[in-house]
Structures are given as C-alpha cells and as structure tokens.
Write a protein that binds this ligand. Structure first.
Ligand SMILES: [Zn+2]
Length: 381
C-alpha cells in the first residue's frame, strides 16, 4: 500500500499576513513538530511542495486577479476590489509566492494521488474562501478548487467535497455550483452569526448542479452531538448514493470549543467519529482516494493536537494519550501558556450562547429541510 502523502516545507511558513493576524504559521510548524514527536511522520511520504504555474492558477482564478496579487505584494499597495489589503487579508512582501506555494502543496498532492497514492493530508490546504477574482477570509488562492479542476482536466471523476470548518466553504461551493460531478457539503456556523454570511439550507446548486451543493448551518453552541447527528443523517447517505471516486475533506478545526474565533463546541469525540467513518467509506468506495486538507483553526497548539490526532486516525495508528514533554516545552518556548496536555479532550466545554434545546430543535428542522430539498436528487427520498 502506498504511503500517505504529506507535503511540508518551512517555506510554507512565509504565508503570514502580519504578526498579530490570527492565521499564524505556528499552526503548521507545531502540527508538523507534534506529528513528528509522536512518531506518525515515519508512516507518511513527505513531499516538498513545488510552485504551480500561472496556467495552473488560471484554471480557476482570473488573469486580472493574479496580476493584482503579484502587484500588491511587490508594491505593498492595497487592492480592495480584489480583497487585497483589507483587515482580513493585509498585503505582505512576496504575497504571490507564499499564496501560490499553498496551491502547489495541494496540487502536487492531487498529482500524486492521480499516480496511485490513495491518501493524503495537506495541513496547509483548505483555503476555501478564495474566489475567482477575490481574496477573502485569509484565503488568496483556492488550492482546493485549482486542484479539483486540474483533476477534471485530466479525467472525469466524481468528487465529494466535505467541509467541516466553522465557516461556510463558499469559494469551493461557488466554483462548482453548476456541476453535478462535484458534490459539496458544508457544515458550518449559521451565516447570520458568522463570516462569510452565506451557506443557507436552500442554496442547493444551479442548472445541472441542482442538489449537488448541500449546506447545514448550525447555531452557535452546537457541539459533537450535533456534528455526529449531521454526519450520520446527511453525509453518510449522500456519500453512499453519490459513490464518489475522490473524497476531499476540508478539516478546519475552528469549530472546536477552544477556538477563539467561532462559537461552536465540537470536541475530539465528534471529530473522531467523523474521521473513522470517512476512512471506512473512502476505502470502500473511492478508487482515487481521500485527500484531506486543513483549513481554519486559530489556537495553534489546539490545531496541532487535533490535526495530529486526525493524522493518526487517517493512518490508523495509535498516539500517546498525552502530548510529549518535548512538544509541551516547545509550545511554552513559543509563548503559549494555556493549552490542554492530552491528545483527546478529557472534557467537553459547551459554549452556551443559546439554550441547547433551541440549537437541537433548529438542527432537526435544518436536517429535515436538507432531506426534502436535496435527497430526491440522489434517489434518497
Ligand atoms: Zn474557518
């Protein structure tokens, strides 16, 4: 069996908007260090990401936008009409190289999978808010869309894209909104309460893509029980009906209860349920395989422990119950003081913004609406 593809290089750490920006390079370097420290990286094939060509980027992004990214990084000037130089996406030197390298990491991985690798984890990937001509929500180029479009240029393939980031996967959804070959499913905090404000239950695709965009907005406070219910009642039947050849999962962990940005309460228990089941389904169904990418997550140590746990689940390898002392020490040296020591959550802290009964009633209603709107397109209703 081929080894899991894991692209990593210190050059990825150059994607840093500015020092006090929430998207910190430590998210990636600490994940790499922890996965190394618990012995998981000896089971993966590390690859050094290459730069994509401009033509690669043009499979999705407009010429004008690519030019604007190059120019704004060179001259350090804002281009707000392209989402560059905003609060979320400040411009920085070598912006183009840093953003393009992120695409390279995912695209190189896609190519490896087309050549026989069946599993991958691209911790730098998952820049799901980037649009054709607009940077958005810390995302400049959309590595996922470019990579799926590359695959589609080479062959036909049914792709299921599952996004469990706290934020709606708008950039990926919109890129394939009219396609029946890419089924996108996004489970996210409700758009009336969180950026980017989209992803409503009635947004289901257009033209021949109707029924192939699926949105499950959940209310603030939703936790592992709600994630598991949504996964079992919506994702599993759609996966079984759609029979994807490639599974792409955006595994942003900003929906975890410790995350400082969103207001959801997922824990390792919910993630573990989802990851185990995805592994089983992908191995049974997806002849190309399972390409996992990262995404959001703004407590770097928490990101490192969760993505390391995810890697262990994808690889089906055990990890110690506590993070190694050497890693804890490293985190302290980098200035992190408050973080859990265990790999899995010992306790679940539900952030209660609303009565939990309200969160659950809302979810039941949303899941019923999704079944009514989407399932008939897949012979499920
Ligand atoms: Zn997010």
């Amino acid at each position: 069996m081929s080894k899991l593809i894991y692209p990593y290089t210190d050059a990825l750490l150059q994607y840093e908007f500015k020092e006090d920006h929430p998207l910190k390079p430590d998210r990636l370097s600490l994940t790499y260090e922890l996965s190394q420290a618990v012995g998981l990286l000896k089971h993966v094939k590390l690859i050094e990401p290459t730069m994509p060509t401009r033509e690669d980027l043009e499979t999705f992004h407009s010429q004008a936008f690519i030019d604007a990214v190059i120019e704004s990084g060179d001259s350090l000037t804002s281009r707000p009409e392209y989402g560059l130089g905003t609060m979320d996406n400040p411009v920085f030197p070598n912006l183009y190289d840093a953003a393009a390298r992120y695409v390279g990491a995912t695209l190189d991985t896609m190519k490896a999978m087309m050549n026989g690798a069946s599993k991958a984890f691209v911790i730098s990937g998952g820049l799901h808010h980037a649009h054709e001509s607009m940077a958005s929500g810390f995302c400049v180029f959309n590595d996922v869309v470019v990579s799926i479009k590359y695959l589609q240029q080479q062959r036909t393939a049914k792709v299921l894209y599952l996004d469990i980031d706290a934020h709606h996967g708008d950039g990926v959804q919109n890129a394939f909104y009219g396609s029946k070959d890419v089924l996108t499913i996004s489970i996210h905090q409700h758009g009336q309460t969180l950026f980017p404000g989209t992803g409503y239950v009635h947004d289901n695709g257009s033209g021949e893509g109707v029924g192939h965009s699926v949105n499950v907005p959940v209310l603030p406070g939703a936790g592992s029980d709600e994630l598991i219910q949504t996964f079992d009642e919506i994702v599993v039947p759609l996966f079984d009906a759609f029979q994807p050849q490639l599974l792409v999962t955006q595994l942003g962990v900003d929906a975890h209860f410790l995350d400082p940005i969103a207001q959801l309460s997922y824990s390792s228990r919910g993630y573990e349920h989802v990851l185990r089941k995805l592994k089983e389904m992908a191995e049974k169904t997806c002849d190309i395989g399972w390409l996992a990418v990262g995404g959001g997550g703004y407590h770097p140590v928490n990101v490192a422990r969760l993505w390391t746990l995810f890697l262990s689940l994808i690889l089906d390898k055990k990890v110690p119950s506590d993070m190694p002392d050497s890693f804890v020490q490293l985190c302290k040296e980098r200035g992190y003081t408050k973080f859990p020591m265990s790999m899995r959550d010992d306790e679940e802290v539900v952030q209660l913004y609303l009565p939990i009964e309200e969160v659950r009633l809302h979810l039941d209603r949303v899941l019923r609406q999704v079944r009514e709107k989407v399932f008939p397109w897949h012979g499920l209703w």
